[in-house]
Design a protein around this ligand. Structure first.
Ligand code: ARG
Length: 589
């Protein structure tokens, strides 16, 4: 059986042939989904552009093309409209058949990428010794979705947590511990024995120490100096500090893993900043020998400004004047590590957009110093902030940083309230609320473009109506319940029947038929919001169709059989769609 092509591709073949037969370049036959669905389903605007090249009126060109298209199996209407649009409608029966063919294809006909890439995606970035908080949610949620979308179209994607375990925070914790517990053996420089297996702190102590030390260091220069020295000594391998660092790591990794898991974020590798340290000496040697790095005010830097810059791009610092490495050094060495271990064709970073300039420097430096191949794609997805109702970064009611687990819990509680009248067993209800709550949170996030800030609105996000995650799930549950009422389901028909289809059915079929096109775009643009937008339209389509037709009571069995197949296809598409957004549907809600 021939693989289904995208509807757009099929139309482009027809229109393109017509364009060529009229003596114009094929590229003027580009077809897009109509931006005026009230007028037509698909459109071609090529005549407008061709008019300039061929010095003819656009409407004349459009008319010629339409005449050349003639009668076609899949096309219901194809018209030239002033000033030179070509409006196209597809036959409803073609759409019905198309949906059936799609349902038989793997991934509903989404073409696997022509050149599959190996991609490393860096989307964790939480720092050890700190609980996962709401600020970590966006990269984790966006990155997980981008990873899944890319996998869906056949790329090999490696998700990396890249935890912050090496920089300033560790120095601060060591410094503060020394103040609080100076007698700990870790601080005795002459100690040569084994260090205790038990950590000298609990996870909650750790979480209290870090913010305290961070605040204190901002107000006390000597303390800051002390902690700077501690990092340097750690980097130089001071035994006691290494042992402390290992304790910090073990205690907080466990907690971070649990919390990422609670969010449904699945890293393939739990990489850490410290992993790349061993690549630093050679990297620095190469940068020096290659003549890329030079000393400036005592520090080792690589100039990365370019002539075309309109903004100031400062040099990328590789070593501080005291010889300590920094955030930049680690990120660059991590690139070395990734190239060595995975030879990726692309590295994607999902990080707060305030690090935009920083990644610009890193990418330029990596290219200039040849850490990557010229063709390696380096991509920065800078995420905006999740804000509170006041438009400022989301805080707890007391003005503190909210733990992610608390946020997830709050949203699940709200869903519980929304389901107050449901008479489900308590345990099942909690499980549903957790699933629906995660969907509310993730959809609320992903339906916005990654770079945009948005306002966390628990009321709206958890609503079972409107452009929300719960609405998508509710629609899926509705389909499941209709299918359950029908008992044993008939086989999907081979071909579409020839009954009169209503507008709602046509609209739904049209949306189903757009799936592959949408997925390809979402993958090309690394844009989960396109998946959200599509699922929302699909949900509206399903609900419109459901309200317009008495599906369960329909007596024309051929018709009913086809309706059931449409619902089953929609449900299967929903499943793949929410899979790309990394949430799950309950069986009821
Ligand atoms: N840990 C960093 C921070 O808290 C974020 C890490 C982002 N990823 C990266 N490769 N730099 O700012």
């Amino acid at each position: 059986m021939e693989k289904v092509k995208k509807i757009i591709t099929l139309l482009e073949e027809i229109i393109g042939d017509a364009v060529v037969s009229c003596g114009y370049e094929r590229r003027y036959g580009t077809v897009t989904v109509s931006n005026r669905p009230d007028l037509c389903q698909y459109q071609c605007n090529g005549a407008m552009a061709a008019a300039k090249q061929y010095h003819k009126a656009p409407i004349a060109i459009a008319g010629e093309i339409v005449a050349a298209v003639g009668a076609q199996d899949m096309i219901a209407t194809c018209e030239a409209v002033a000033p030179g649009f070509i409006n196209i409608n597809v036959k409803t029966e073609f759409l019905a058949d198309y949906a059936l063919r799609m349902s038989r294809e793997e991934h509903f006909g989404v073409e696997p990428a022509e050149t599959p890439r190996t991609v490393v995606i860096d989307y964790g970035g939480a720092n050890v010794a700190k609980p996962l908080h709401v600020g970590h949610m966006r990269p984790a949620v966006i990155g997980e979705s981008v990873k899944r979308i890319l996998r869906y179209v056949g790329h090999k994607v490696i998700g990396d947590a890249h935890l912050g375990d090496w920089g300033t925070p560790i120095g601060l914790i060591i410094t503060e511990l020394k103040v609080r517990k100076p007698d700990l053996v870790y601080f005795d420089p002459d100690y040569t024995g084994e260090y205790p297996k038990e950590p000298p702190f609990t996870v909650s102590e750790l979480e209290e120490i870090y913010p305290y030390a961070s605040k204190w260091s901002k107000e006390h220069d000597d303390y800051r100096e002390e902690s700077r020295k501690a990092i340097l000594e750690l980097q130089q391998g001071r035994r006691g500090y290494m042992a402390l660092w290992e304790h910090i790591m073990r205690v907080s990794m466990e907690d971070l893993k649990k919390n990422y898991e609670n969010l449904g974020t699945q890293f393939d590798i739990w990489g850490k900043e410290s992993d790349a340290q061993k690549y630093i000496p050679d990297m620095i040697r190469d940068m020096k020998e290659g003549g890329y790095a030079h000393i400036s005010e005592g520090a080792l830097v690589v100039d990365v400004k370019e002539e075309t810059d309109t903004k100031e791009v400062p040099p990328c610092m590789i070593l501080k004047s005291d010889g300590a490495t920094l955030y930049n050094t680690t990120d660059l060495a991590t690139i070395v590590e990734r190239m060595k271990l995975y030879s990726p064709d692309q590295i994607i970073y999902v990080v707060d957009k305030r690090q935009d300039l920083y990644f610009d420097q890193i990418f330029r430096c990596a290219r200039k110093t040849k850490l990557v191949k010229p063709e390696t794609i380096l991509t920065f997805i800078g995420n905006g902030t999740m804000n509170g109702q006041d438009g400022k970064p989301f805080k707890t009611r007391e003005g503190g940083v909210m733990r992610l687990e608390v946020l997830i819990e709050n949203v699940a509680e709200e869903v519980m309230r929304k389901m107050a009248d449901r008479d489900f067993p308590e345990e099942e209800k909690r499980d549903i609320a957790h699933k629906v709550g995660l969907a509310a949170l993730k959809y609320g996030d992903l339906s916005n473009q990654a770079s945009k800030d948005y306002i966390f609105d628990i009321e709206r996000f958890t609503s079972f109506e409107g452009n929300t995650g719960p609405y998508i799930l509710y629609t899926m549950v509705r389909i499941k319940s209709i299918l359950a009422k029908l008992g044993e389901l008939p086989e999907m028909p081979e071909r579409a029947g020839t009954y009169e289809r209503g507008t709602e059915e046509t609209a739904l079929l049209l949306t189903i038929g757009r799936f592959a096109d949408m997925v390809e775009k979402a993958a090309a643009e690394l844009a989960p919001h396109k998946v959200c937008q599509y699922l929302y339209e699909l949900a509206d389509g399903v609900n419109g169709f459901y309200h317009a037709n008495k599906i369960v009571g329909e007596t024309d069995t051929a018709k009913q059989k086809e309706w059931i197949s449409i619902l089953r296809t929609a449900l299967a598409i929903f499943k793949d769609g929410i899979g790309m957004l990394a949430f799950e549907a309950p069986d009821r809600m």
